[in-house]
Structure formats: structure tokens, C-alpha cells
Write a protein that binds this ligand. Sequence first.
Ligand code: GAP
Length: 540
Amino acid sequence: MKSMEKIVSLAKRRGFLFQSSEIYGGVQGFWDYGPLGVELKRNLKEAWWHDMITSHNELITNTGAPSTFEMVGLDSTIIMHPQVWKCSGHYDLFHDHMVDCRESKRRYRFDQVRGRWVEFQDKKIFVSTLADVEHELDEVRRRGMKFFRLRNKNADQLSIGDDSLTIDKLDSTEQVLAPDAKTLNTLTEPREFNLMFKTTLGALGGEENTTFLRPETAQGIFVNFKNVLDSSRVRAPFGIGQVGKSFRNEITPRNFTFRSREFEQMEIEFFCHPDQSSDWYKFWRDRRLAWYTKLGLSSESLIMREHETEELAHYSIGTADIEYAFPFLPEGEYGELEGIAHRGDFDLRSHMEGKLDPNTPKGQRMEVELGEDGKPKYRGSGKDLAYRDEITNEKFIPHVIEPSAGADRAALAFLCEAFTEDEAPDDKGNLQTRTVMKLHPRLAPVKAAVFPLVKKDGMPEMAKEIYGELKEKFTTFYDEKGAVGRRYRRQDEAGTPFCITVDTDSLKDQTVTIRDRDSLEQWRVKIADVSQELQSRINQ
Ligand code: GAP
């Protein structure tokens, strides 16, 4: 099991991630990307954009896709017309249930407090902890013993239930010992809490000028559906992709960047004929899973999980999550990286017609809720968002398949996967433990580092010349400080896949050594061929 503590510490020490506003004590749920982190995340988003939007045709053959398709991009705004969020369902339905602890004054997501029944003599209490606490059983035992004032030697007098349950499964919270409380029954009844951040438009803004920071990029795509159709002449099936910031006022932001309040999404809304939507749903699930493994996540750490019916979001008639075994989770548990949802025609229809009635069973068409005057209470745009096929002349409201990924969650998964402790020889040939970030070369923040073996005999000049040329094509780093072994170690921690060293032979035969970060193999290459050599290895 990898240590999350070590990963977080490396991320900070080497400039991948910093807590936002750290010098003022930080703000919970907000993270800044440092010099290495910003390159990693840019590479990740560029890989997604390249593989999903601009070069998707390479994947069409032998994928089981029902036909060829087109992909285009979009960049819509974060603040949109408030009606968008009424019609999308977010205004009424995008909430979590939270409970407050009257004793500790802490607030928790109802579904994230879990625990076990603990019995001592004839008294039974439910000892709870937060869902992602490490060594949950040990924690429950420790708190149960403290509650009953038991010493270690009497530990066997405590009986602890086999099942770990979330408190939303209990009939009442009267016997619950809350995660940070010392007495029982301190949790309030669960309350709904809308996750959208509010803001006000204009200097005079009152309640009527309230609007929201988008909680997903998807709605920007739906409201531009007609614009894209009319301006780009795409034919269904086609997808519109977008990468951008989203905001959610999460009740309990936690686990490093996993659950943040400001984060980036990489979303595709794929529009297709209703008869073909089930096939496209399968196609996108397979394609998105393959994308993560191609970029280096091991298939043993990834799972595809189909949602149970009661788990489905208000719009979804089928959803599968790609989940990763993040090291902060207990063994055998996985956290969501991406959701692939079959959204039917929910979104386009709601922006045409009106608002979802929360009582409408999932998967059924929404009804327009009427106001006192008998007119629709919340109107959609009233625009016809149906699609007419130019060739067949058939008119229909496309079904939507939505692969929705989080750029920050993916970056975190790649960081966790890459973190490795192994052994490598030092300058004297002795094996030493090293920390190495085995990032896929496409994702690595710095592709190559150039070193002169020593700081004399014309080596720095030659190395700087190579550095200058490579820098035009790749993120490259120059380092002449300290023993070469130490310089390699620094690059290993940054995840740099190739180190190029200029030595005495270089001056004679115009060659350099290239060292591979993972295999530690070294080979000589003509200086004139270095760029080509790196290019082919990075794109493997
Ligand atoms: N448009 C559909 C949608 O937004 P979602 O499952 O709520 O679906 C999609 O979010 C992805 O966005 C998630 O799989 C996750 O990667 C990312 N995401 C969601 N909430 C997040 C948060 N609070 N912090 C970081 N990433 C988040």
C-alpha cells in the first residue's frame, strides 16, 4: 500500500500542489498547482483534448462503435443565465444531506458518517467515524473503549459488530457517538444543502440578480447545442467536448484534491439517435477506461462500476463509474474518477420545455410544473432543440451519452500511481533507495533534463546548446549543480523520463548519453538525433 502522507509531502516539496492561500492558513477545499503540477495538469488536459476531440478517428476501427462520429470543442462561461440551473434540475435537486454535531460544531455529509454497533455489558452504542478513516475497525475500538472507560487489558469485554454501516441506514441517531463527539445523540436531523455557489450580478444586485457558479461544464454544452449544430455542420452522432472549471460548495472537502470546492472537469456530451444510444453508452465506457490504462493507470487499480437504480442521478437512465484504488481509501475500496452517464434526452428536452418535476420517476420525461396562473412555472428556453438529419430528414431529440471526467482527480490518480520507491545505484555504484515518479512521458511535467557531467572543459557550453535546442520542442530543464547522481535523483522525483548527459566523449564524437528514468538504462545517441529520439519515446 502506498503512503498518502509521502505522496502529499512530495507533491508539496517538489511543487506539484500547494494549499490555496497557505500563508493565511489556507482555505479548505481549494488547491494551487505549483510549477510541476501545472505542467502535469496541462499535459493531462491536452492528452484528453487530443485523444478525445482532435484525433479520435484513430480509434474508430475495431472498437465496436455503431458508426463513425465527429467531435468538436467548446469553451463556455462559468456564470450562465440562472434559468439554466432551474431547467437542468440543479436548483431544486443538486444537494447533499448534511448533519451537524451539536457538541463538536462540525458538519458532515450524512452518507459519509459510518460506524459499527459496539456493546459493553448491556449497553449498546453506535460508534461512528468518517467514511474514509484509515483502519476503521481499530478506530471504532479505540473510541468505544474510551467511551466505556475501558483499559487495554479489558479490551475483550467490548463486542464490536462485524458490519460497518453508514448512519443513513439506521432508524435513529439517538445511540450514535458522532465522529468528533464524546457523548451520544449529538447529531441533528439531516438537512438538504444546495451545493451551488451563489453570486450576484451587477453593482445593485438584490435577490433577483442572484446567479450561480456552474457546478458542471455540461450545461454550457447543452445550451449551445443549436449554435454548434448550425455553425459547424456536424451530423449526429457527434460529440461536443469542453474542459473548464466547476465549483461545488462541498460540505466536507477532503482527501487532498479528491473532493475540492473548485476543480476542473473534462466533459463530453455525445449526441446520437435514441435507437443507438445503448451501443454508444457501451462504446464510451470501454473507450474511457482504455484511456486511463494507456496513460499508465494499472488495470488492477481500476474498476468499472455500474450504478444501482437508486443511486442514479436525477437525469440518468444508466451510469457507470470508472473508479481508482486511491491510497487514502481502505484496502478494496475505490473512488470515482469519471462517470459515464446515459442521460437520455433529459437535458435538451428540459432546455426546450420546462423544469423537471422532482416527483417524476427517474428515466421518465419531465412534466412542466404549472404556476398559480396555470402557465409553466419555470420555462425552458422555448427554443426547438430537436435535430433534423440533413440526409434522412428524420427529426428527433438526440439521446446523450456523457463521459464526465475530473482533471484534478485524474491528476491525483496519476500522481498516486506514479509514486514509487525503489533502488538505484549512486555515483559510487552502491544501491540506494530512491523516490521516483513513474509518470507516463506524455504526462511528465518535464520531458528531459540536460546535464554537463562536470562544470568544466567546455561541457556546460555544449550542454547549454543542446538544452536551448530541446527547449523549443519540449519542457526541458538544465542542471549543472552537484554530483550527477544527485541530479538524477532530483529529476526522478519530478518524474522527468529522460536525462541527457554531456561527458568527455561528447566533445570528441558529438554524442551524449540518454538515461531512462524507469529502467535506468543508458545509451549513446548522436546529438543531432536526440530530439527525434525523445519525440518517438514520449509518444509511445
Ligand atoms: N456533468 C456530470 C457531472 O458533473 P459528476 O459525477 O458530478 O458528474 C464528474 O462529476 C466528475 O467531476 C467526477 O467523476 C469527478 O472526477 C469530478 N468531480 C466532481 N466533483 C468533484 C469535486 N468536488 N472535486 C474534484 N473533482 C470532482
